[in-house]
Design a protein around this ligand. Structure first.
Ligand code: AMP
Length: 299
């Protein structure tokens, strides 16, 4: 069985120094699923409103992403508006309208309860927990979160951490969640809540991986063109989880490789707004960038 993701499917309005777009396809489950679909079969569990464009639904289907668990409810789709300055590492949220997510009761289709790889993408941690409880026996469970949930639902997030293998956060979120400014200490304190590993994303400065036994540091792929960093974190998670789902055995070396695939997928996502670049990406381009990444980081 492939990968199951629960998270937001959104209509985003985004402003960056290089452009502005309104009501474009976004959401944590969207970016994750587009990215992971290059590695394995992905199914999403989420909700959209009656206003969700059919053409956007078509984009999921075109990528072979399973939408059996995508509920279409009366009401409006989740909407997020954000702005980035020249420092692309910080998203300034202008508004978050949960809309149909406010009373969403996720129901995992029976067939998908056997999914071996589960990604609890950024959404209300109570919904993440609810989905996890419906799964039968996943091999690997990872989750993501963000400042919005850390400040409003910290206890729910802490409860979730005791049931997952890997948590991904960006550096600001890791600091906010742990109350530690030093990222090493932040990771150690998060590990104490139960996960086997913590991945701290540092945007253009790369990624840190911490388990109880080891840690690893990987740079980000250097790019000349960045138009919109929205979704980079979820796309990273999709590459990482997608790669891990294809490994016969998940060991330290494969985890390291998965972080590189995560960085590579994120590097494509930020080249265009929404899922524009991921929608027209090929496996050959991914392989070429992986090869180049090895070349520029080997010493
Ligand atoms: P990322 O840039 O990877 O952190 O994710 C950006 C995506 O997260 C956007 O497409 C938003 O629609 C989505 N998003 C923003 N705020 C939230 C939230 N509070 N819960 C779930 N998804 C969100």
């Amino acid at each position: 069985m492939g990968i199951l993701v629960v998270g937001s499917v959104a209509l985003d309005s985004v402003q960056t120094p290089f452009g502005k777009r309104d009501n474009i396809l976004g959401g944590s489950a969207t970016f994750f699923s587009f990215s992971a679909s290059f590695f394995n079969k992905v199914d999403i569990v989420a909700v959209v409103g009656a206003d969700f464009p059919k053409s956007d639904l078509g984009l999921f289907r075109k990528k072979g992403i399973g939408t059996e668990g995508l509920e279409i409810a009366g009401g409006n789709t989740f909407r997020w508006k954000g702005r980035y300055d020249y420092d692309f590492n910080t998203a300034h949220t202008i508004y978050t309208h949960l809309n149909v997510f406010s009373d969403f009761k996720p129901s995992v289709p029976e067939r998908l309860k056997n999914s071996e790889y589960v990604f609890l993408a950024n959404i209300d941690p109570d919904l993440q927990y609810n989905v996890l409880k419906q799964m039968k026996r996943p091999k690997l469970v990872a989750c993501d979160s963000m400042n919005f949930w850390i400040s409003t639902k910290k206890k729910s997030l802490a409860r979730l951490l005791d049931h997952i293998d890997i948590i991904l956060l960006n550096d600001a979120e890791a600091r906010q969640f742990s109350g530690e400014s030093n990222l090493f200490k932040a990771a150690r304190s998060i590990l104490k809540l139960g996960p086997r590993a913590v991945v701290i994303k540092k945007g253009e400065h790369g990624v840190l991986y911490f388990s109880r036994e080891s840690h690893f540091v990987a740079p980000a792929y250097l790019l000349e063109t960045i138009n919109d960093p929205t979704g980079a974190g979820d796309t990273f998670a999709g590459g990482m989880m997608g790669f891990l789902s294809r490994c016969k055995k998940i060991n330290d070396a494969e985890i390291r490789r998965s972080l590189i695939y995560g960085s590579i997928m994120a590097s494509f996502a930020v080249e265009d707004f929404s899922v524009g670049r991921l929608a027209r990406l090929s496996k050959r381009e991914i392989a070429a960038r992986y090869k180049h990444f090895r070349k520029i980081t080997r010493f």
